[in-house]
Design a protein around this ligand. Structure first.
Ligand code: 4AD
Ligand code: MG
Length: 500
């Protein structure tokens, strides 16, 4: 019997095949059992008719627990209503390992419970879809740079000095000396750019972030390109082409997964160059404008309406639960109620935060870095990514080049994903003048001796250059529409908890 996978069933219509996988879900209706099998490539409905298999097997399959492993053999039939378009009319099956009391049932569970069960939760459809999309995003990242003349340079994970804020360094005991887990490959990458011209690094990045937000992990993946002889305009063009190419690849390769998790496909289809461009000063004006006030007031109305709708649906379901209804309907309602209550809690948080965010925005003053809620507001007001450029020098890292036509600002940019997702890229042109860089290092109270090698790059053939870093998890969260980036890495590490 030919072994195959669920994603390849199309090549075997009307033929006998064997699938190996796990039991995802099952139900029985008299003389027929419907088993949903997953095999890592997809889901397939398998139909077992009582008179087509032995009594013993029919009985065994009827009692098989969720996530038991098995091999099923049968005839492949096209069926439009089936999940993958094909179903299997089973003639034989072999149970490999039966499982009982699998802790994650098809009903809803709280997020804390699921994080503790992450080693198992990875098998669920939602996580599986996100993982598949993450895979495509990473492949698209490599493809883009490899196809555009960039050379991959692996930068070290153990580093001697800060590349970003010193407060977020993780210290390691390196044979009795302190070293740090890398916050960015950028400084080493700048050195490589002077050898190859266009380079990128791609690896895990560590930040001892003390913020427990939905956008922060302590370990995340970042890809960083660095280019010699580039100005800010060129860097923005590179970034918008890059981000657009990632989204296009996901739309091409992962349509069904995007649909399955309810991602906003029409919004993703709009992601093409050019992106919006705002200076920091303009962003500041937007935040304090009447337009932002009206926008936030509109949001508040929208949230309140959502709250009302959720509450009336909850009331309706609770009423139904009190009456005489079938068990399957009772279970279905119970699952929906769990979902609705968590949605209600989210809307309540939004309603509670809205005035605080409105106040923060109204009080925003030139000179501060944009906060999470400020980014959210600006990005909610746009339907495509936004580049915010030219931030105040004092709010940004030492290596950013000051704008020679306005010394108060630096030649940098953040790319904010639209619809409230916030910053996915941070980048800049680098200070290439030796004396100015020394001054910046001193201003930020960094130890010059840690940066001697970095300063050498400004002694020997310094050129205008720049680059950026894109966070993989934030990008995946935006594309898949996840509220929290912890869903976008298989085993998340956060400040308050490392579950498994
Ligand atoms: O803006 P950041 O800090 O920029 C840098 O590290 C530069 N050295 C990059 C460069 O120019 N080569 O970080 C870049 C991106 C952010 O926009 C965000 O997507 C992601 O990295 N990021 C995080 N993602 C998850 N958790 C965190 N704690 C993150 N911190 C940054
Ligand atoms: Mg940043």
């Amino acid at each position: 019997m030919e072994k195959t996978t669920i994603e390849s069933l199309g090549q075997f219509a009307d033929k006998q095949v064997t699938l190996e996988g796990w039991l995802y879900n099952s139900r029985a209706s008299g003389k027929v059992q419907f088993l949903i099998i997953r095999d890592g490539t997809g889901l397939c409905q398998c139909i077992i008719e009582k008179d087509k298999v032995s009594d013993e097997l029919f009985e065994q399959l009827g009692h098989l627990g969720q996530e038991s492993s098995l091999a099923v053999t049968g005839l492949v039939r096209a069926d439009e209503r089936s999940v993958g378009g094909y179903e299997l009319a089973v003639t034989d099956a072999k149970i490999i390992a039966s499982a009982t009391d699998y802790p994650i049932t098809p009903k809803s569970h709280g997020i804390d419970f699921l994080l503790k069960q992450r080693h198992l939760h990875l098998r669920s459809q939602g996580q599986w879809c996100i993982g598949k999309i993450r895979h495509t995003v990473i492949d698209a990242i490599r493809r883009f740079f490899n196809d555009n003349g960039f050379t991959l340079v692996d930068t070290p994970i153990l580093t001697a000095a800060a590349g970003e804020e010193e407060q977020s360094l993780f210290e390691v005991d390196y044979f009795g000396e302190p070293l740090f887990l890398t916050q960015t490959g950028q400084l080493h990458l700048e050195s490589a750019a002077m050898s190859y011209g266009k380079v990128y690094c791609f690896g895990p990045t560590f930040r001892a972030e003390r913020s427990k937000t939905r956008r922060h992990l302590t370990e995340f993946w970042m890809v960083e390109p660095e280019v010699a002889f580039i100005e800010l305009v060129g860097l923005l063009e590179l970034a918008e082409n890059f981000v657009s190419s990632i989204v296009a690849r996901v739309l091409k390769d992962n349509k069904s997964q995007l649909e399955s998790i309810g991602a906003d496909i029409p919004a993703l289809e709009k992601i093409t160059p050019p992106f919006y461009r705002l200076t920091y000063t303009e962003a500041c004006e937007i935040l304090t404008s009447q337009r932002a006030k009206d926008f936030l007031a509109g949001q508040l109305e929208k949230f309140k309406n959502q709250k009302q709708q959720i509450e009336s649906r909850i009331a309706q379901l609770e009423e139904e639960q009190k009456g005489q209804i079938k068990q399957w309907k009772r279970d279905k309602n119970a699952a929906e109620l769990i979902e609705l209550r968590s949605e209600l809690a989210e809307v309540d948080t939004k309603i509670e935060n809205n005035p605080k965010h409105a106040q923060l925005a109204a009080e925003f003053r030139w000179g501060k870095d944009l906060g999470g809620s400020d980014e959210t507001i600006i990005s909610q007001m746009h339907d495509k990514p936004i580049f915010v450029t030219h931030y105040p020098k004092q709010a940004k890292a030492f290596y950013m080049k000051t704008d020679r036509s306005n010394e108060n600002v630096v030649l940098n940019f953040d790319c904010l994903a639209p619809e409230g997702f916030g910053e996915i890229i941070g980048g800049s042109i680098r200070e290439d003048d030796f004396d100015r860089l020394v001054t910046r290092i001193k201003e930020q109270n960094l130890k010059q001796e840690n940066y001697e090698w970095y300063l050498d790059l400004r002694k020997y053939g310094s050129v205008p250059h720049g680059g950026f870093g894109l966070g993989v998890e934030r990008t995946v969260a935006w594309i898949t529409g996840q509220k929290h980036i912890r869903q976008c890495i298989p085993f998340p590490r956060m400040m308050d908890k490392v579950y498994i």
